[in-house]
Design a protein around this ligand. Structure first.
Ligand code: C2O
Ligand code: CU
Length: 549
């Protein structure tokens, strides 16, 4: 294993991801940021300089569990203070497991502003992956808004509420085309891709080979569906874990998820093919994103002879559930403990505080404190966050099929304290939003752990559902979706000392409070860099900290 060192500077860029120029947050003058490629067992060191002149920054390494380095998780107010402008922070952590990962900003809505990139971990030299391939294609999927994130945040916080709406474009590896058609060469609404920043990505392949296509979604809002013209895909990896292979024509992907599929280039080699990405789960107002699968030796500019594959209808939830429920772990994957030590039921609701619209979990809408939890918990600081235990269930009479009877909620920075090495079950319960007959998809992501997905169901979760949990081959993941009016059950072992976020990966939902914080075994955490501990550096350190025993 190797040490891999990177020097990055985060900065604002004038960029045209979808052929319209806007401000993006990029790294080293690039959008998306550079791809990190490593081997399992390597240590990554990223020396991150904040070149944003008026705001702090952090970067989260999504899917990396950070065993022993919870301070490198890159979550503002949780694992560290945001890095001030002109300052540098060094993230140093081990990538212990091969897989398809990514990184992104985790402060304010900087992820939506473009602060993200791929992180790919190959198997270690002495490790064999359970499948073989001749080449690789990497698809980093995102969505793009023309309104800047400061305006978006202000609207979300305003009374009356202003929703951010649907994205203007979907991007593949940071490229999309707004309001124009790639297929209309030279026509009225042909895309002006002359900046190069919005030219479609071309993936060159050779006939009769097998390719591993890595797909990750880091969208702000959109749930996506991906299809490759004429090519079937065999799913082999999800969130850095091998799955029981199965073949599909199209696949859903939610924000925070990653997959690998294998494709065989066995189609007519004189043609190129479209890779198409469309919107799921919300009435689509955004054109699909397109990329080209270019069979060598065809010209990469040769347009595919067949139209882009059409993704399924946005509200065909049966299609989505069918795909999601098929994902099971590959034989040999570690199995969950057969019993849980603690079960928590998290009701997801849309609420109001003083007329401002929020999302809450068991009636608490998450707000982050100024002092990061990791520092305040390690040093037993009093008053750094809400000390009361947050609720682990919701009232029996609550009707998940109807808008909340009393929409008023409270805000809090309460922490779920987990016993180290205990087995925790979380049931994510979806419900009706503020408006009648509306319940949305929420992809939930857990930091610091993978979890087993034990089951899904429609309506309200009941005790009887426990008997139906899949303990035989539940998939291991770090992100899982709850379907409208449904529930999802997951289990994890709280074996990673640190403080960890668990939240909806839809950026505006997280901003509106849709998340919780777990802490476990913080007394075992060593070597937290002082700059991650407290945000007022000169006055904060082990000697000055006020300790409670
Ligand atoms: Cu990729 Cu806390 O998220
Ligand atoms: Cu959500």
């Amino acid at each position: 294993s190797k040490a891999r060192h990177f020097r990055w500077e985060v900065g604002y860029l004038l960029w045209s991801p979808d052929c319209e120029e806007n401000v993006a947050i990029g790294i080293n003058g690039q959008f998306p940021g550079p791809t990190i490629r490593a081997k399992a067992g390597d240590t990554i060191a990223v020396e991150l300089k904040n070149g944003l002149h008026t705001e702090g920054v952090v970067i989260h390494w999504h899917g990396i569990r950070q065993f022993g380095t919870p301070w490198a998780d890159g979550t503002a107010s949780i694992s560290q203070c945001a890095i001030n402008p002109e300052e540098t922070f060094v993230y140093r952590f081990k990538v212990d497991k091969p897989g398809t990962y990514f990184y992104h900003g985790h402060y304010g809505m900087q992820r939506s502003a473009g602060l993200y990139g791929s992180l790919i971990v190959d198997a270690a030299d002495d490790e064999i992956e359970p499948f073989a391939y001749d080449g690789e294609i990497n698809l980093l999927l995102s969505d793009w808004y023309h309104q800047n994130v400061y305006a978006q945040m202000t609207g979300l916080d305003s009374k009356p509420f202003r929703w951010i709406g649907e994205p203007q474009s979907l991007l593949i590896n940071g490229r999309g085309q707004f309001n124009c058609s790639l297929a209309a060469v030279g026509g009225a609404n042909a895309c002006n891709i002359s900046t190069g920043q919005c030219a479609p990505v071309v993936f060159r392949v050779l006939p009769n080979k097998t390719y591993r296509v890595r797909i990750a979604s880091i969208t702000s809002l959109a749930s996506l569906n991906l299809a490759i013209g004429n090519h079937k895909m065999m799913l082999v990896e999800a969130d850095g874990n091998y799955v029981k292979p199965f073949t599909v024509k199209d696949m859903d992907i939610y924000s925070g998820e990653s997959y690998s599929v294998l494709i065989t280039t066995d189609q007519n080699p004189s043609s190129n093919y479209w890779i198409s990405v469309g919107v799921r789960g919300r009435l689509p107002k955004t054109n699909p994103a397109l990329a080209i699968l270019n069979y060598g030796p065809n010209s990469p500019r040769k347009l595919p002879s067949s139209a882009p594959p059409i993704t399924p209808t946005w509200n065909d939830y049966a299609h989505s559930k069918n795909f999601t429920y098929k994902i099971l772990s590959r034989q040999g994957t570690v199995k969950p403990p057969t019993k849980y030590d603690r079960q928590m039921i998290f009701l997801n609701t849309q609420n109001k505080i003083d007329g401002h619209i929020k999302w809450s979990i068991n009636n608490i809408s998450l707000v982050l404190p100024p002092t990061p939890f990791l520092g305040s918990i390690s040093y037993g600081l009093k008053g750094a966050f809400n000390a009361q235990k947050p609720p682990e269930n919701f009232p029996r009479f609550y009707d998940v099929m109807k808008p909340p009877q009393n929409p008023n909620t409270t805000q809090g920075s309460n922490v779920y304290q987990l016993k180290l090495n205990s087995t925790v079950d979380v049931i994510l319960q979806n419900a009706n939003a503020l408006a009648g007959n509306v319940s949305e998809i929420h992809p939930w992501h857990l930091h610091g752990h993978d979890f087993w997905v034990l089951g899904y169901g429609d309506g309200r979760f009941t005790k009887k559902d426990i008997a139906k949990f899949n303990l035989k081959n539940p998939p291991l993941r770090n992100t899982v979706v709850i379907f409208p009016y449904g529930w999802t059950a997951l289990r994890f072992v709280a074996d990673n000392p640190g403080v960890w976020a668990f939240h909806c990966h839809i950026e505006p939902h997280l901003h509106m409070g849709m998340g919780v914080v777990f802490s476990e075994g913080v007394e075992h955490v060593r070597n937290i860099p002082t700059e991650a501990l407290g945000c007022v550096r000169l006055n904060f350190g082990p000697d000055q900290a006020q300790r409670i025993t």
